[in-house]
Write a protein that binds this ligand. Sequence first.
Ligand code: DX5
Ligand code: ZN
Length: 218
Amino acid sequence: QKPVRIAPSILSADFAKLGEEVRAVDEAGADWIHVDVMDGHFVPNITIGPDVVKALRPHSDKVFDVHLMIAPVDPYIDAFAGAGADIITVHAEAGAHTHRTLQRVKQAGCKTGVSLNPATSESIIDYLYEDLDLILVMSVNPGFGGQSFIDGQLRKIAAIRKRIDTLGLDIDLEVDGGVNAETAPQVIAAGADVLVAGSATFKGGPSAYAENIRRLKG
Ligand code: DX5
Ligand code: ZN
């Protein structure tokens, strides 16, 4: 297991000053910048598209971890890659041909990620491990920040950690939703090495970000 990295979700940032917010969390010690893209179809909310990712790119050199909660996803991969995404994560539930989608992400020059909703079994990705740089376990139903962590996802995280280690592959295991200073230790103990945190990072405003991120690392 690698050192724990923190990926603030900018969904909880002040959208009227996103550039400043990205710079603030970068300077406060964020390892990655987590960008939540929602389409009002795959999930019941709408956020931002590739033009916003492109506008944010000059504000940080950190890894842009782009979480696509959209369906269909294939037509938008090149746009997010061109906008400066480093990792593109797609949902296993977003289409019938996740393997093909991951090849498109690779062809676009990005690292590949796959995400699982709380109701989805880890068995759905059993034949994808060799094609993955990252697995993202949703510990809330995607769509909104500030929801409560679903405890039942801990055994999914542990099962995936075991599989990654058994196969001996270099895959990051990321967890998203309801991660805060109280739930982070359990998530880390279950085997995650990247924590997404929206409300837990951005609460209290810019002067609190460094301390908020430090507390998540435990
Ligand atoms: C949920 C998003 C998350 C969310 C996390 O749909 O994918 O990234 O913003 O927010 P918190 O950390 O507040 O649960
Ligand atoms: Zn997310």
